[in-house]
Design a protein around this ligand. Structure first.
Ligand SMILES: Nc1ncnc2c1ncn2[C@@H]1O[C@H](COP(=O)(O)OP(=O)(O)OP(=O)(O)O)[C@@H](O)[C@H]1O
Length: 578
């Protein structure tokens, strides 16, 4: 559990006082339960001696009532307090997680879906709340109670306190420890096996047609069921160990009851303890051991949290070094000034960028984009186009050279780059709300008229108006699906409302048929006049003769000129057009 330090210890430290109050309330609850049993035991015994008048048992009757109310109230407050501490800790953990994940969103995009990663990690945090509720709090309460009950018994008799201490030590320390050691391997094996089975199953479902075509589906099912049986067996072993452990713990409790009976009887023989107190002393064992018995299970659950803790730890530690520096700056004032000027010069100066893995993605790249110009970044897959986008948005910092907007490093604006740069990517997301709201996402202050204007610009206005509910059409409820081209037009309308000086088109027409692609690009370049456009693409659709082209291959600039020039002068380029 060494990895837990970063995600457990600091929160305990930070909430020390509240945790202490919760533990105190926990002890108070047990104390009132113990006194309740004690008084009830006395009351039953006293009543059995047929007292002459009810007044002889009046005080214990009132005490039983008061203690049962007090126990319920203190338990309620203890739960309230405990959950309050947990919610407080969880909210801080979540904040920490979101802060960790935020700068990585664009980096992760290529490898996983960020939402999935966030979901898994958020589940891990939810899972960690059980460490507090089911292990840490009960164990602290249990241990304090152990010490307190020994001290209290020592007050009556040293010898008996010694015997009870020894017995309780078995259920408070020995059995939990034994349980932890014995079940740890089984829990880990079970978790690993379950994960492996999920992977095999997912893999099989994805490739189901191949299993069927090869006629080996039965073979797969047999192998799968065999592994599943092994897994069930591992879990069964753990459960049967738990059953034996529980029986053992109950035997220890029975031993304790016996000790108390013998001690109380001896005391009575010696005339030191009235007979009415024998049951009272015996009954207090039960509320006390009720706290101790679940401890073994609580401690043996610890390995279950290990994966969650390790995942959270490693996520924090393995942040790619490319984005380490991201949070250090962010100059909101500067970006607002540049955004207001609407005249931005984008400069890449001898930029070299190497990934953490050692892969050099860009080498010595220089180009300038003045306000209102269009620049086409052309290159095959893996040539470095997406890396340029991340450098431009300030997510990555070049190893050598500089990327700047009006002379200020792009990394200074990383968090605010959307105030100057708009990006239209391959798969814009449409939210589960009205079309109007979906377009307004570009600028939340835009009026309805401005949204209609943007829709007209991207040639969607008539189509939207023809829908029964027009701009109020709920994208999800209507079951209406926009085509790829229409989605891009909605995203383009958002960009128009955003009204930023620089627009990056990151292969926006991928997957569209040639005709839709041509119409969309024509419309895009028309409505984006006056803005600086960086058009990232891997083919020549939508390129005009005077467009400036940078052709990248393997991170290096290998052609630079207008489309017209390159067609005439460069054989490789001319072949692309063929
Ligand atoms: N996180 C990463 N770690 C290591 N290498 C990377 C990483 N991301 C990209 N690369 C490598 O850097 C090079 C440039 O990648 P980049 O994604 O910028 O290319 P691209 O031109 O955008 O490709 P595509 O058109 O396929 O998206 C490639 O060789 C790629 O394998």
């Amino acid at each position: 559990m060494k990895n837990g330090k970063g995600w457990i210890y600091p929160y305990i430290q930070e909430n020390k006082k509240l945790i202490m109050i919760t533990v105190f309330l926990g002890l108070l609850t047990v104390l009132s339960a113990t006194l309740l049993m004690f008084t009830s035991g006395y009351l039953i015994s006293k009543s059995a001696t047929k007292p002459e008048t009810i007044l002889m048992v009046y005080v214990p009757i009132v005490a039983v009532r008061a203690l049962s109310i007090f126990r319920a109230v203190s338990r309620y407050i203890e739960r309230l307090m405990g959950h309050n501490v947990i919610l407080n800790i969880l909210s801080k953990m979540r904040l920490r997680l979101y802060k960790m994940i935020e700068p990585e969103v664009l980096v992760m995009e290529s490898k996983f879906r960020t939402g999935d990663v966030l979901g898994v990690l958020a589940d891990d945090i939810e899972h960690l709340q059980d460490i507090y509720l089911k292990t840490i709090f009960p164990y602290i309460v249990g241990f304090c109670l152990y010490l307190l009950s020994i001290l209290a018994l020592g007050f009556f008799s040293f010898e008996m306190a010694g015997w009870v201490a020894l017995h309780l030590f078995v259920i408070v320390v020995l059995i939990p420890l034994l349980s932890f050691v014995a079940t740890k391997r089984k829990i880990i094996l079970y978790k690993q096996g379950k994960k492996a089975l999920y992977q095999v199953l997912t893999d099989a479902v994805l490739g189901i047609s191949d299993w069927v075509f090869s006629g080996r589906q039965l073979q797969f099912i047999e192998a799968y069921e065999h592994k599943e049986r092994e897994l069930i067996l591992t879990d069964r072993k753990r459960r049967s160990f738990n059953r034996i452990r529980n029986v053992l713990s109950q035997l220890v409790v029975a031993g304790l009851v016996l000790i108390i009976i013998i001690w109380a009887a001896e005391q009575h023989e010696l005339g030191l303890l009235p007979v009415t107190f024998i049951a009272a002393f015996v009954l207090i064992i039960f509320p006390i051991t009720e706290v101790f018995l679940p401890l073994s299970d609580a401690v043996s659950q610890l390995p279950r949290y290990q994966n969650s803790l390790e995942r959270l730890e490693s996520f924090g530690n393995n942040r790619p070094s490319e984005i380490q520096a991201l949070k250090e700056f962010t100059s909101t004032k500067e970006i607002e000034r540049i955004a207001a000027e609407k005249n931005v010069k984008l400069d890449f100066k001898q930029v070299t960028f190497t990934y953490q893995s050692g892969k050099m993605a860009l080498k010595d790249l220089s180009f300038t984009l003045n306000q209102g110009e269009k620049l086409v970044l052309l290159g095959p897959s893996g040539s470095g186009k997406s890396t340029i986008l991340k450098l431009l948005l300030g997510i990555f910092i070049p190893n050598r050279g500089s990327v700047s907007l009006n002379g200020i490093p792009a990394s200074h604006f990383a968090k605010d780059s959307s105030k100057v740069i708009s990006v239209l990517n391959q798969n814009p997301h449409l939210f589960d709300t009205t079309i109007l709201n979906n377009i307004r996402l570009g600028n939340l202050n835009a009026t309805d008229e401005e949204v209609y204007w943007a829709a007209k610009q991207v040639k969607l206005y008539d189509y939207i108006q023809s829908l029964p509910q027009g701009f109020s059409t709920q994208l999800h409820e209507s079951g209406m699906r926009f085509s790829g081209g229409e989605r891009q037009r909605i995203a383009l309308a958002r960009i128009l409302l955003q009204n930023n000086p620089i627009v990056i088109l990151d292969e926006p027409t991928i997957g569209l048929d040639p005709r839709t692609e041509r119409d969309l690009l024509e419309n895009m370049f028309h409505v984006l006049r006056g803005k600086s456009i960086l058009f990232i693409t891997h083919h020549l659709a939508g390129i005009s003769p005077d467009d400036r082209i940078l052709f990248l291959d393997n991170g290096k600039l290998i052609m630079n000129g207008t489309h017209r020039q390159l067609l005439l002068e460069n054989e490789r380029y001319a072949k692309l057009n063929a």
